[in-house]
Design a protein around this ligand. Structure first.
Ligand code: FES
Length: 140
């Protein structure tokens, strides 16, 4: 059976072009303060502003694929995409507000945002639990 390290580095230990080593599926607890977002493996870990238990959601925004682990948490506890500010309910993974722009344009796009929001509701982000193990969080 081939493990993730062999896929990235090859059986002889040489790195294959274009393949990055896998990100660890563990996150030091200190890196996930209240109201912060961080990467954990192929997921984005989101911690509520009140310091409650974090959850992990799939990292690619349903709009144009931005890395949601570089996003932020708004005052209502929604995950905000770093590119066009689509908002996600992290409990369900559903998009609750559509994008404010597309490609390099940033601004109001009312009809377009409504359509993308409908797509984001039909295809929600995947959601996983995070489990505290000592001084780190792991995917549950
Ligand atoms: S890529 Fe996330 S809102 Fe556009």
């Amino acid at each position: 059976m081939i493990n993730a390290r062999e896929v990235a580095w090859g059986a002889c230990g040489q790195r294959r072009p274009g393949n990055k080593p896998p990100m660890p599926a563990e996150l030091p607890a200190a890196d996930l303060a209240a109201g912060r977002v961080a990467r954990i493996g192929r997921w984005a870990a989101v911690r509520p502003r009140d310091g409650g238990d974090p959850v992990a959601v799939s990292r690619l925004c349903r709009h144009q694929g931005a890395d949601l682990s570089k996003g932020s948490v708004d005052p209502k506890g929604c995950l905000v995409c770093p590119w066009h500010q689509s908002r996600y309910d992290v409990a369900s993974g559903r998009m609750v507000a559509g994008p404010r722009g597309f490609l390099s344009y940033h601004g109001p796009t009312p009809g377009y945002a409504t359509v993308i929001k409908a797509v984001g509701r039909v295809l929600p982000l995947r959601v996983r639990r995070l489990v505290r193990r000592g001084e780190s969080w792991s995917l549950g």
